[in-house]
Ligand binder design. Structure first.
Ligand code: NAG
Ligand code: NAG
Ligand code: NAG
Ligand code: NAG
Ligand code: NAG
Ligand code: NAG
Ligand code: NAG
Ligand code: NAG
Ligand code: NAG
Ligand code: NAG
Ligand code: NAG
Length: 723
């Protein structure tokens, strides 16, 4: 498919004999003029040269307060070239390009503007010639997006770039996703990897929803509401907010939050933090119950004299943590007093503007009406549903700026009666009702079925689009990576359209498949390079080679797969070529975790076991006996109903991940009888709304230690083929 495009390009080139103007397939697509004849192999690149005049230049016009320098982006680019192609490319500063270098610079005269005609600092131009490559950006960030195009094109053309020139800029200023990190915790590393994934497709914004609660049913007693799952995810030791966050292991410290922001912005992604109030505010009410409305404790009683001052205290504690020019105060789905709601938003806007020099954003909830004292127009609105507002007639026509988060692309993780568990990717290619048959959706399309509700593409009040993922079923419905899978196709499909690309649905799957395994700065799929479907194998031969005895010396356990993933151990070998496992020794592999699909097989002999035994652990999960077979992942225990392990006999235990499901199989030695049982998530809120669902858990492949058990290990094998 991809090569087919090259054939086409060359054909056109020959016909026109000089240049041809066309678009290149990429995510997003990009304009390109091929010059006559040929390709340039990236392997010929020996250095990156950063224009001395701009090496320390930063772009102050974007949403971030911590923009990387051109030199900073160059370093990240160089490490990507190394990670993708093994290239050792030096980064140096000079005033001119050199042969076989990628020269990075800034041009103030690039034609770089958004769809509304405003100048954009995100545009870039690159040129590939027989002697090297130049990339000019309207800013360092523009250069960065240019490097994403180069990397994508080289991957899609088997390591070579077509000779020619591209001039490209995005249609909208805000392009990204929103992660509900309130009703589900995500470790900083996960968020950073997600940024890397988004950045590869030129998205620039990740909104983090940092406080919320599960659905506060009207049937709950006061006590039930006050103990319902509700979280505020920022951990500060400041006495004014003591007790607001209660679970340090599932909160972000200032250091962690700063690191998320700087790691993400190193790849062009700005974090927009959201602290939700006065609705979805149970974390605040659980901290100060007197601030809740008596008839719905998830709503703040704005009339209470301490409410607004408490919110100001919270914001003043955390404003200094945030490296964005805009912060989000939530203000979604407040169902009590409108007048009080508007007063709340306006006072918070003023406070954050004056004391934090930032502007605020809110969810579309109470549009302006003749009878209201409205919200000031310097508050930007995040539209999400037409039953809340009409973004064009309520907001844009009244001079409010709007972010398009229409729920047409909503995802509710795992299960919901209202929304799908993955992004409606097809709609991104056919969501514009103004085009017969449904043209490509873009951020100015709020209504995918009625064009009258959409402004012109050039409307200045459309800031861009952010697509949310919500965790309505809370922390135990999913493991972290299931969020990635919910967005795996959605991020690239949306990113193309948010930029203004015109990728076709029939092109999408092939191009994503080709790009996917090269996306730098992340391994969300937890894939492990392997020569064959057998990734690692320690068997009888491996254990035979380890000398018995000598408990304290680490010895090598040979990997029989051919991948050289040799393990080390200080466990004694037995005369029958197994390892004797106890709590004082371990078998350690050089691996950490394997994502779907896989089979992990262990040959085990359990001689004694305590209450909770961990058989094998990894970066994302642990396989346990509690006493039934259990996978622990993302802070939750997923237990089999009945399957446990027989004692004092050899068993073969396999964990098999097939698509989004995970199974355990137990076979007693020499028996043909294999029992298979599926690990299931039980979704529910306080034991209500129960729903059984699949769960996809990574294989734990880092360490076997006798934590809670004693016995022997006779083999370990990990395969990428899930039978
Ligand atoms: C997790 O799942 C169960 C269903 O078994 C549900 O009732 C419960 O409320 C959930 N736990 C948390 C902490 O939300
Ligand atoms: C890059 O450098 C490493 C370490 O010096 C070396 O092993 C590797 O072969 C080099 N790669 C290339 C493509 O030159
Ligand atoms: C891709 O490049 C490699 C190494 O340069 C070459 O062996 C292979 O045949 C190329 N594949 C295609 C489809 O051009
Ligand atoms: C391609 O060439 C055409 C005709 O010369 C020109 O109008 C257009 O701006 C060029 N586009 C790029 C991306 O260089
Ligand atoms: C809200 O707070 C005010 C002032 O403390 C109080 O008079 C009122 O009863 C409260 N309303 C509700 C519904 O809790
Ligand atoms: C800014 O903060 C100070 C100190 O907390 C406060 O007195 C002042 O009223 C705040 N400004 C606004 C506009 O809220
Ligand atoms: C609020 O907005 C509506 C709609 O634009 C307008 O009619 C009304 O006059 C505004 N209210 C005030 C107090 O300005
Ligand atoms: C919106 O702003 C424009 C330009 O400042 C102004 O002319 C217009 O009257 C405003 N519209 C409303 C409804 O306030
Ligand atoms: C799990 O996979 C099945 C089959 O592909 C699919 O129908 C289902 O929607 C997936 N579940 C989730 C939560 O994505
Ligand atoms: C389309 O939107 C316009 C403007 O909101 C509205 O007047 C019209 O009734 C809508 N048409 C349909 C078929 O819903
Ligand atoms: C955080 O600690 C609590 C209490 O010890 C535990 O239940 C939870 O699983 C931990 N969370 C994670 C993500 O490990």
């Amino acid at each position: 498919m991809v090569y087919h495009r090259l054939d086409y390009l060359f054909a056109v080139t020959i016909l026109c004999s000089v240049v041809s103007s066309t678009r290149l397939i990429g995510i997003p697509t990009l304009p390109f003029n091929a010059s006559a004849g040929g390709q340039y192999p990236v392997s010929a690149i020996s250095s990156i040269i950063v224009d001395r005049a701009y090496a320390n230049h930063v772009d102050e016009s974007g949403e971030t307060l911590i923009p990387p320098t051109l030199h900073g982006f160059a370093g990240t680019f160089a490490s990507d070239l190394h990670d993708i192609w093994g290239l050792n490319v030096s980064v140096s500063v000079a005033s001119k390009p050199k042969p076989h270098a990628i020269y990075l610079s800034i041009s103030k005269t690039l034609p770089s503007s958004y769809a509304n005609g405003e100048a954009s600092s995100e545009g870039y131009a690159f040129e590939v010639t027989t002697s090297g490559i130049t990339v000019y950006g309207a800013s360092p960030l523009g250069v960065w997006w240019g490097t994403r195009s180069l990397i994508q094109q080289a991957i899609l053309s088997n390591g070579s770039l077509l000779l020619g020139k591209s001039v490209d800029s995005p249609g909208w200023k805000i392009r990204g996703m929103m992660l509900d990190a309130a009703r589900h915790y995500y470790p900083p590393e996960f968020v950073i990897e997600l940024c890397s994934y988004m950045s590869f497709f030129k998205q620039n914004t990740l909104q983090l929803h940092l406080s919320d609660n599960l659905y506060n049913s009207p049937s709950y007693t006061r006590e039930q509401s006050l103990s319902l799952y509700a979280r505020f995810r920022l951990w500060s030791d400041a006495p004014e907010v003591e007790g607001l966050a209660q679970y340090k292991n599932e909160s972000y410290t200032k250091k962690q939050f700063k690191s998320i922001q700087s790691e993400c912005v190193a790849r062009g992604i700005t974090i927009i933090p959201e602290l939700e109030a006065p609705g979805h505010a149970l974390p605040i009410v659980q901290w100060k119950p007197e601030l809740g409305l008596a008839d719905d404790l998830s709503l703040l009683n704005i009339s209470h004299s301490d409410t607004i001052s408490t919110m100001k205290t919270i914001w003043s504690t955390f404003l200094g943590w945030f490296d964005s020019k805009t912060v989000h105060i939530g203000a979604d789905e407040y169902t009590a007093e409108v007048t009080e709601y508007n007063r709340f938003v306006n006072e918070m806007a003023e406070f954050i503007r004056t004391n934090g020099s930032k502007s605020i954003r809110i969810w579309g909830t109470y549009p302006p009406k003749p009878e209201y004292d409205n919200i000031t127009t310097d508050v930007s609105i995040q539209h999400w549903e037409f039953f809340e507002d009409n973004p064009l007639f309520d907001y844009i026509k009244n001079n409010y700026s709007v972010v398009n988060s229409d729920d047409v692309y909503y995802v509710v993780n795992k299960y919901s009666q209202s929304y799908p568990p993955v992004v409606n990717v097809a709609k991104t290619f056919h969501g514009n009702p103004a085009v017969a048959g449904g043209g490509p959706w873009q951020p100015y399309v709020f209504d995918t079925s009625n064009a009258t509700n959409n402004p012109k593409i050039s409307n200045k009040h459309v800031l861009g689009a952010i697509t949310p993922l919500w965790n309505d079923f809370g922390p135990n419905a999913t493991v972290y990576s299931e969020t990635y899978y919910a967005w795996r196709e959605g991020i690239p499909a949306l990113a193309d359209k948010q930029w203004g690309g015109d990728l076709l649905e029939e092109e999408f799957e092939t191009v994503l498949a080709t790009l996917h395994s090269f996306i730098p700065g992340q391994n969300l799929a937890r894939s492990i390079p392997s020569r064959s479907s057998t990734i690692v194998h320690y068997g009888e031969t491996s254990f035979k080679e380890t000398c018995a005895g000598d408990k304290d010396r680490r010895r090598r356990i040979r990997d029989l797969s051919g991948n050289n993933y040799h393990a080390s151990t200080n466990c004694p070998a037995t005369s029958h070529n197994t390892l004797l496992i106890s709590k004082s020794c371990a078998l350690k592999t050089p691996l950490a975790s394997k994502g779907r699909n896989y089979v992990l097989s262990l040959k085990l002999y359990i001689s004694s076991v305590e209450q909770d035994a961990t058989l094998i652990s990894g970066a994302d999960s642990a396989l346990m006996l509690t006493p039934t077979l259990t996978l622990f992942a993302s802070g939750n225990y997923y237990r089999l109903k009945s399957a446990t392990l027989p004692m004092k006999t050899w068993v073969e235990l396999s964990i098999a991940a097939r698509g989004n499901q995970t199974f355990a199989r137990v076979r007693r030695d020499a028996s043909a009888d294999v029992q298979e049982e599926e690990f299931r998530a039980v979704l529910g809120i306080n034991g209500m709304r129960l729903q059984s669902a699949e769960i996809a858990i990574e294989a734990p492949v880092a360490e076997i230690r006798g934590r809670g058990w004693k016995g022997e290990v006779g083999g370990l094998m990990l395969s990428s083929e899930a039978e």
